[in-house]
Ligand binder design. Structure first.
Ligand code: HEC
Length: 146
């Protein structure tokens, strides 16, 4: 009996300590700007495309390795190969996230949304492109899209 009481007390003390430590951690986090030299990196937000710093210049370089073959110099399109990006309402009206998903998936000629009867290969056929490359290409696309 005494043993049970003792272990209950220990459990209670442990619980109390957990609550106290949690409280300390939480209040530590919500306190105003810490004076520590090393600032904590913001890890709370889920990484999204918008948190990737995209770069138009790198996007143009990546574009010119892969997409240019069908979408043409400066994204003006090539008839029967790839669509014009400069006047694309699709690019204008589609979020970065959705554009990235579109590029990764491609759009075969058989797809119901296909408008040209020509295949848009997944990743433009270049699976070596990273998410960073695609984010940069999307930034480039926005820079030339009217
Ligand atoms: C082999 C040719 C080819 C390559 C390479 C290619 N595309 Fe395409 N792309 C197409 C075709 C064809 C379409 C039009 C699909 C349709 O008819 O709906 C298209 C459409 C698109 C669209 C939608 C444009 C619109 O107005 O509907 C985007 C965005 C796009 N491509 C991005 C890319 C990116 C980014 C790359 C390079 C990583 C790339 N494409 C490489 C052929 C290509």
């Amino acid at each position: 009996m005494t043993l049970t009481i003792n272990s209950n007390r220990i459990t209670n003390i442990l619980l109390l300590m957990i609550v106290l430590v949690t409280g300390l951690v939480i209040s530590g986090c919500s306190s105003t700007e810490p004076t520590a030299i090393v600032k904590p990196t913001p890890t709370r937000a889920k990484p999204t495309l918008t948190s990737v710093v995209s770069n138009v210049e790198s996007g143009m370089l990546a574009y010119n390795t892969t997409c240019v073959a069908c979408h043409g110099p400066n994204g003006i399109g090539i008839k029967d190969l790839g669509k014009d990006w400069t006047e694309s309402d699709f690019i204008k009206n589609t979020s970065d996230e959705d554009l990235m998903a579109f590029i990764k998936a491609g759009r075969p000629a058989t797809h119901e949304d296909n408008t040209t009867g020509v295949d848009m290969p997944a990743m433009g056929g270049n699976t070596a492109l990273t998410d960073q490359d695609l984010a940069d290409i999307i930034a480039y696309a926005r820079s030339i899209n009217k």
